[in-house]
Design a protein around this ligand. Structure first.
Ligand code: FAD
Length: 326
């Protein structure tokens, strides 16, 4: 195999590499041949610092491309054109991106324009008999499927928490600039304003490796849910009941009509485990449930369950975790 693997590097406005990108680079390193791993950094007002380049190199990137366009790279049409140009220039046969709404939109546009095969929300990827084969769970985590890309170019978006990130010793990356002139078609939408939401200090719900979710059982008091999330370094999620009641914002809703998550650890606190909620969390690695009703459906899918009052159980758990952490 001679083609390199291209990885789209999601980064914050402060210039930090987002955590799931580390997983992508680890995966790319395993799949790439001697042609190496090329990282694409969209220069949208934020440049990759020397520390960031060193971090990308330690994760296996052999090249870092500063992607510069004469239009706003936050727009999926612009990003898709810029990536198409970079794929062409590098000769990469695989583009990996984190499964976010924005990246999936860009991936779809890119697949249409390049004739690539696209798989979204993969949780694994291998090269089998010369083809990229992605693993993905479907139907609320009840089935695992393998999707082989049959086109010469593969675009795969990977769900956070799918790969254990690792680094290599002594890696160095060549930094270059790739300048793109985008078409009038891609300029049909202009971004007029963009405001980053104030950070809560907790990880992003969609990519967090630990999520503590609260339901109706909290009766609107999310303080215990937040305490457990904070002691575990996790994100706070909720059921639709809790968001509809206004106990927490709608962006915290997990489920069929909310966010789909696959953390390594999910803790459901006063959550019944209704089918619409399960649809968004059933693919979690380990599921823990705290519920006063021993017949609550969530116990059917839980790896560990505690039957009890959450206002008694959770503070005890928080205290014990704090004690163990010293
Ligand atoms: C079209 C459609 C889409 C939907 N989409 C979503 C979605 O995306 N996400 C979602 O979450 N829901 C969704 N719903 C709603 C879903 O069907 C359920 O109504 C909802 O998930 C239930 O939320 P809950 O578990 O908080 O509440 P409940 O089902 O009322 O469960 C509360 C649980 O808390 C337990 N409890 C009560 N007090 C305590 C206590 N002190 N200690 C411990 N446990 C206690 C109870 O035993 C109970 O099991 C959707 C519904 C429809 C019709």
């Amino acid at each position: 195999m001679t083609a390199p693997v291209l990885v789209l590097v999601d980064h914050t406005q402060a210039g930090a590499v987002r955590a799931p990108v580390r997983e992508l680079l680890t995966l790319a390193r395993e799949l790439a041949g001697p042609a190496g791993v090329h990282a694409a950094w969209a220069v949208d007002g934020v440049e990759p610092s020397a520390d960031v380049v060193a971090e990308l190199a330690a994760l296996g990137a052999t090249h870092v491309h500063r992607l510069v366009a004469d239009a706003d790279l936050h727009l999926s049409a612009v990003l898709a054109e810029a990536l198409a140009s970079l794929l062409d220039a590098t000769g990469a046969d695989l583009l990996l991106a984190v499964s976010s709404f924005e990246n999936k939109e860009a991936a779809a546009r890119l697949a249409v324009s390049t004739g690539a095969g696209v798989v979204t929300d993969a949780d694994g990827l291998a090269r089998v008999d010369g083809r990229y084969v992605a693993a993905k769970t479907v139907f609320a985590g009840t089935w695992t499927t393998s999707c082989a890309v049959t086109a010469p170019l593969a675009i795969v978006t990977v769900k956070p928490n799918s790969v254990q990130p690792s680094t290599v010793d002594g890696g160095t990356a060549q930094v270059g600039e790739h300048v793109v002139t985008v078409s009038d078609k891609a300029r049909r939408v202009a971004l007029v304003e963009r405001t980053e939401r104030p950070a809560s200090g907790r990880p992003d719900l969609g990519s967090a490796s630990v999520v503590v979710a609260g339901g109706r059982g909290t009766e609107g008091d999310f303080s215990v849910v937040e305490q457990l999330a904070d002691v575990l370094g996790g994100a706070v999620g909720a059921t639709r009941v809790a968001t509809d009641e206004g106990w927490i914002g709608h962006d915290a809703q997990i489920g069929q009509t909310g966010v789909t998550i696959a953390p390594r650890l999910y803790v459901g606190v006063g959550v019944s485990g209704a089918v619409h909620h399960r649809g968004g969390m059933q693919a979690s690695g380990t599921i823990v449930a705290v519920n006063s009703d021993p017949d609550a459906p969530i116990f059917e899918i839980a790896d560990f369950g505690v039957v009890g009052d959450l206002f008694t159980v959770i503070p005890q758990a928080v205290e014990e975790i704090r004690r163990l952490k010293g």
